[in-house]
Design a protein around this ligand. Sequence first.
Ligand SMILES: Nc1ncnc2c1ncn2[C@@H]1O[C@H](COP(=O)(O)OP(=O)(O)O)[C@@H](O)[C@H]1O
Ligand SMILES: O=C(O)C1=C[C@@H](OP(=O)(O)O)[C@@H](O)[C@H](O)C1
Ligand SMILES: [Mg+2]
Length: 170
Amino acid sequence: MSENRPVLVVIGPPGAGKSVLGRRVAKLLRVPFVDTDRRIVASHGPIATIFAERGEEWFRAAERIEVARALVERAVVALGGGAVLDPDTQADLAACRVVLVTVSADAVGDRIRGSVRPLLENGLESWQAIVDARRQLYERLATRTVDSSERTVLSLAHEVADWIRREDAA
Ligand SMILES: Nc1ncnc2c1ncn2[C@@H]1O[C@H](COP(=O)(O)OP(=O)(O)O)[C@@H](O)[C@H]1O
Ligand SMILES: O=C(O)C1=C[C@@H](OP(=O)(O)O)[C@@H](O)[C@H](O)C1
Ligand SMILES: [Mg+2]
């Protein structure tokens, strides 16, 4: 992996655990961590407000700008679940090491319940529809897949960090 590429990009459905896993892997590898959603919030305010006031299309355009910036940083980068819908992001990810985090509907229920998440207003039903629509895309872009349903963040993070260390030593 070249210097102007991420150490790792984390993709997957909302609530899979991309943000918490990415942060932990970055810590283990002692590299910076970037969460593109956090950068969008820092620049434009809460994501739910952006969706409500400017719409999804505006959000996706702002998201693409932050993703393009992040994908030339030597960091662990966690994307928002829908960032992979952008064709330019799909092309960029072809040159990156990408981990897909999956989660079962059973396990994600508790994680998304009560949180304000655009596109998930109908709870588990809308979550399942999003996952079904994106599954093939996620799988096509992933170098490796981990399932977070019955694993702690720490155990997943060690598995992913060990994989990266092994690859980079080879
Ligand atoms: N492996 C896991 N086990 C249990 N809870 C988890 C796990 N990974 C994430 N969570 C919880 O699920 C919620 C969503 O995690 P987050 O990292 O924000 O997901 P994403 O970025 O994929 O939407 C958080 O409350 C987080 O603490
Ligand atoms: O899947 C999606 O379309 C979205 C996922 C969210 O991020 P997380 O996947 O980190 O929850 C956030 O970017 C936005 O609410 C849209
Ligand atoms: Mg996230």
